[in-house]
Design a binder for this molecule. Structure first.
Ligand code: SF4
Ligand code: MSK
Length: 681
């Protein structure tokens, strides 16, 4: 499959020993990895990196000279500020659509379950169904559950196409956030409407005011955070059950040498949850035995893995950059993919192994990949068919190609906003009081959300782990979702024992008292909304700020790569929670947009973005945010000595901004027929 010499990089590609073993294996068998493809792409386009390329109409494409000497406007007259702000809106529209379309499918499945039209779904989260119905004013008294569920599904489906008024979940936000959004014109209306309006605004000759575009970007992102993603989380809990803490394992070592291995990858729980049931079917297990396997082993990659991990304890094979590595174990009979974050490269790689890649979504077809279309109506039947296909493939496994790294780690997953109420306050007095008390007393310094992807531009997992360890050492409780959570799971940070090894004394005391790890796994990408609802619970409990922008909390996505991550970052910032990310957004070609994102948004939302590739510096930036909030609230300094003591507590968050010139120096050469090569320093 590789028809050219392999390039070798001296750069560390991962810090995960299982990944390193498989990367070496890839070298041996001549298989390409994302790291190889990244090298082949060097140097990456400088215009794209800075956001200075526009393809929004076909007088173009146009590029702006980043050095300020050449062309400074596109054919229509758009300058760097306009082009970059428009591009950012488009990224956020795409990220929001991905989360929200996923949400719509889950609501559709709820409706089918309510109508008895599905062979697989039922209402497993009765308590949450009733709570939501009550919140939205749907009558519950003396009504069967399925009627309530149908009304709820119809109500939520209408939130996507809402033509009048704002999204209902806006009411869940503190008053100050709602006022901020109203003032900035960023209160989200219908989910679909915000995406459509956002795209319309970026059409050639529509909105050309960069600040206005950025506030629209915030509105689209808020439609994701408080709309699409929040609906996906809520309805998944109703349909598949509310998660609660459970034990499982993570890393490639969960793939079993003597069983039929099925790896699910993607995002939608509508399919993966049903595959869990199919894989436990006694008839299919017997069928697997007849084929010479000891059983059927299910494992997951990316966020669909997080969904079934936190509800069923299904082990995690790995995060985003593990998808090809899992196949390279030679022991995966079938890789089942749905939507988002699935490499088309899997199609080529499957030619080297017996693995069958099966795609299932009408929204995601892959050339060279078996497509078995998934329909919620007969989900179980389809899931069983897929499991049978995997079993039939077991005899095709070549023992000479099997090479499973032995690494796996124990973890605890399944924390939610509701679970935190229970574990902190106890069964009889559920409350966020102990958490708020811990923060008020200084035993806990604050809370940080560290989320998001892997990106081969960064050694896999290194930034996540370095940042998280630095935060917990400084008595900051960390909550996680997505591939960041999987990184910590693989490294043992989601186990209670990690508190003793890595956490500061204050956090250790809390973890020991409550029996939790210092890093809490909150779920998948859409479950970032659990962080929003947990913050709302902290505000409601009182004593540590009456709005999100006053809470001693901060967010980060140190290894982000996806447009969904931009949408998530923006909805956190617009909700008042400052966010630092590893590689910068593609905005550095506009000083105005950089200034707006890293300073200007504070006046609108009380929070900003920050770009910092060094995970320790980024962690310190988060602690600076947290300490600044503590000072403003009149809270004491940390109760116990902590390793990081900022020099400037009480100063504004943003003390400097990387100059555009700095970014240009980092860009290197710009490929392309007309590209200029910057002079060497
Ligand atoms: Fe060029 Fe303007 Fe068209 Fe963009 S919208 S491609 S800047 S002419
Ligand atoms: S899967 S969006 S790589 S977190 Fe949600 Fe992981 Fe990022 Fe995909």
């Amino acid at each position: 499959m590789i028809d050219r010499p392999r390039k070798v990089s001296g750069q560390v590609r991962s810090i995960d020993p299982a990944a390193l073993e498989m990367i070496a294996r890839a070298e041996q068998i001549g298989a390409k990895t994302p790291w190889d493809r990244l090298e082949e792409q060097q140097p990456q386009c400088g215009f794209g990196t800075l956001g200075l390329c526009c393809r929004n109409c076909f007088m173009g494409p146009c590029r702006i000279d980043p050095f300020g000497e050449g062309v400074q406007e596109g054919i229509c007259g758009a300058n760097a500020d306009i082009i970059i702000a428009r591009n950012l809106v488009r990224h956020i529209c795409t990220g929001t659509s991905a989360h929200s379309d996923h949400a719509r499918d889950v609501v559709h499945a709820l409706r089918l379950a309510a109508e008895g039209k599905s062979d697989a779904y039922s209402i497993r989260g009765k308590r949450k169904l009733l709570r939501l119905a009550e919140e939205y004013g749907i009558p519950v008294d003396h009504r069967p559950l399925n009627e309530i569920a149908k009304d709820l599904a119809d109500f939520l489906l209408a939130e996507f196409g809402k033509q009048e008024g704002y999204l209902m979940n806006v009411a869940r936000a503190p008053e100050q956030q709602r006022k901020n959004w109203e003032r900035a014109g960023s209160t989200p209306r219908g989910v679909d409407r915000e995406v459509v309006t956002g795209l319309h605004m970026t059409h050639m000759g529509s909105d050309n005011e960069a600040e206005h575009l950025l506030l629209a970007a915030a509105r689209v992102a808020l439609a994701d955070g408080w709309g699409g993603s929040m609906i996906a989380t809520d309805v998944s809990d109703i349909l598949f059950g509310e998660p609660s803490p459970l034990r499982s394992r993570a890393n490639l070592g969960v793939i079993r040498p003597d069983e039929v291995n099925i790896v699910v990858h993607g995002h939608e729980p509508t399919l993966s949850d049903v595959v869990v049931a199919a894989a436990q079917d006694p008839e299919l297990i017997e069928y697997a035995r007849q084929k010479g396997a000891k059983g059927i082993n299910l494992a997951g990659i990316c966020c669909t893995a997080n969904e079934i991990l936190m509800r069923h304890g299904v082990p995690i094979a790995g995060n985003f950059l593990h998808q090809e590595l899992a196949m390279m174990t030679g022991a995966v009979e079938l890789m089942l993919v749905d939507i988002q974050c699935v490499f088309p490269a899997l199609a080529e790689l499957q030619k080297c192994f017996h693995t069958k890649v099966v795609a299932t979504s009408l929204k995601a077809k892959f050339p060279g990949v078996t497509h078995i279309e998934f329909h919620e109506e007969n989900a179980l039947e389809i899931a069983k068919r897929i499991v049978r296909l995997a079993i039939d493939n077991f005899p095709n496994r070549d023992p000479n190609l099997v090479n499973i790294p032995r690494y796996q780690q124990g973890l605890i997953a399944g924390f939610t906003t509701e679970v935190v109420y229970q574990i902190l306050g106890g069964r009889y007095r559920p409350s966020y009081r102990p958490l708020n008390d811990g923060i008020q007393s200084g035993r806990l310094r604050g809370v940080a959300g560290v989320v998001g992807c892997n990106n081969p531009k960064f050694p896999q997992d290194a930034s996540h782990l370095t940042m998280v360890r630095e935060l917990i050492a400084n008595d900051v409780l960390v909550v996680q979702t997505g591939c960041g959570a999987i990184a910590c799971g693989k490294a043992g940070l989601l186990a209670p024992e990690a508190a003793k090894q890595y956490a500061g004394k204050g956090l250790q005391e809390i973890c020991e008292a409550v029996g939790i790890p210092p890093v809490l796994h909150l779920g998948s990408c859409v479950d970032n909304t659990r962080i929003l609802t947990a913050c709302a619970a902290m505000v409601a409990e009182g004593g540590i700020g009456d709005s999100f922008d006053k809470l001693p909390v901060a967010g980060a996505a140190p290894e982000w790569m996806s447009e969904k991550a931009i949408a998530i970052g923006m909805y956190f910032v617009a909700s008042g929670i400052s966010v630092v990310i590893g590689q910068p957004l593609p905005v550095k070609g506009s000083k105005f947009v950089v200034d707006m994102l890293t300073r200007g948004l504070e006046k609108h939302f009380g929070a900003t973005w920050w770009f910092e590739p060094d995970p320790i510096k980024a962690a310190h930036w988060m602690i600076d945010c947290i300490d600044r909030k503590r000072v403003a609230l009149g809270l004491p300094p940390p109760m116990y000595p902590v390793p990081y003591q900022p020099k400037t507590v009480g100063e504004p968050i943003v003390t400097h901004v990387a100059a555009v010139g700095e970014a240009l120096a980092a860009v290197g050469t710009c490929p392309g027929p007309n590209a200029r090569t910057p002079e060497p320093d």
